[in-house]
Ligand binder design. Structure first.
Ligand SMILES: C[S@@+](CC[C@H](N)C(=O)[O-])C[C@H]1O[C@@H](n2cnc3c(N)ncnc32)[C@H](O)[C@@H]1O
Length: 199
């Protein structure tokens, strides 16, 4: 079975964790990959069918990529399609808590559907991301949403801040790209050559 067919079936049977009925479009995938400009290490959270993984490989040749996907079937398809990257069938929070993960300026590129995730998984994921970024101030998160509002509420005060980078109208549904980084760090968005609207 192709990863797209597996995804569509899972979109109904696991709708809260999959959080979409279709894989990310090429426009969204390319915009997410461009937003990760300057990454020394890429960690993709919720890689699904690999639409964004493919864009990361195209846009960031030579940068080590770790793709994390909760669904074992999708993770297996990712391993077969991208033998050059590391793929983990695991929950994002479990991988982010591993102490050796990303000692360099890592960019977390996330498709995690925070608005639909079950509360326990949502809290674990958002707390793990916040802790990861606070412990590694040179790192940042790039995340998309299907609503023009922040992906999740921050728990740990003022040390991190959200910035909305770009709208992507050429996706079903339209998407907004966000960056979460240290309040003191230069925004990756300001390094983006094409920040704005992507049709
Ligand atoms: C919106 S879909 C991914 C879309 C992806 N960009 C694509 O084009 O296929 C979200 C994915 O995140 C995965 N997921 C949800 N919660 C997760 C978690 N806590 N850890 C890792 N993956 C997770 C789901 O299984 C699903 O494949």
């Amino acid at each position: 079975m192709s990863s797209t067919n597996a995804f569509v079936i899972l979109a109904f049977s696991r709708h809260r964790t999959v959080g979409a009925i279709l894989p990310s479009s090429r426009r969204l995938a390319d915009a997410m990959a461009r937003a990760a400009v300057g990454a020394q290490h890429l960690i993709e959270l919720g890689a699904g069918t690999g639409a964004i993984t493919a864009a990361l490989c195209r846009c960031h040749p030579g940068v080590p990529i770790l793709a994390v996907e909760l669904e074992t079937k999708l993770a297996q398809c990712l391993r077969e399609r991208f033998p050059m990257i590391e793929v983990r069938a695991a929950a994002a929070h479990a991988v982010l808590r591993e102490p050796h993960r990303g000692s360099v300026a890592a960019v977390l590129v996330s498709s995690l559907p925070f608005r639909s995730l079950p509360p326990r998984l949502r809290n674990r994921s958002s707390v793990a991301i916040e802790r990861y970024l606070i412990e590694r101030p040179a790192s940042r998160l790039v995340q998309y949403t299907y609503l023009p509002r922040e992906p999740f509420r921050l728990r740990f005060g003022e040390s991190l801040r959200w910035r909305r980078l770009q709208s992507v109208w050429g996706n079903v549904p339209p998407a907004w790209i966000w960056e979460l980084s240290s309040s003191h760090a230069e925004s990756g968005g300001s390094r983006l050559p094409m920040a704005g609207n992507a049709k």
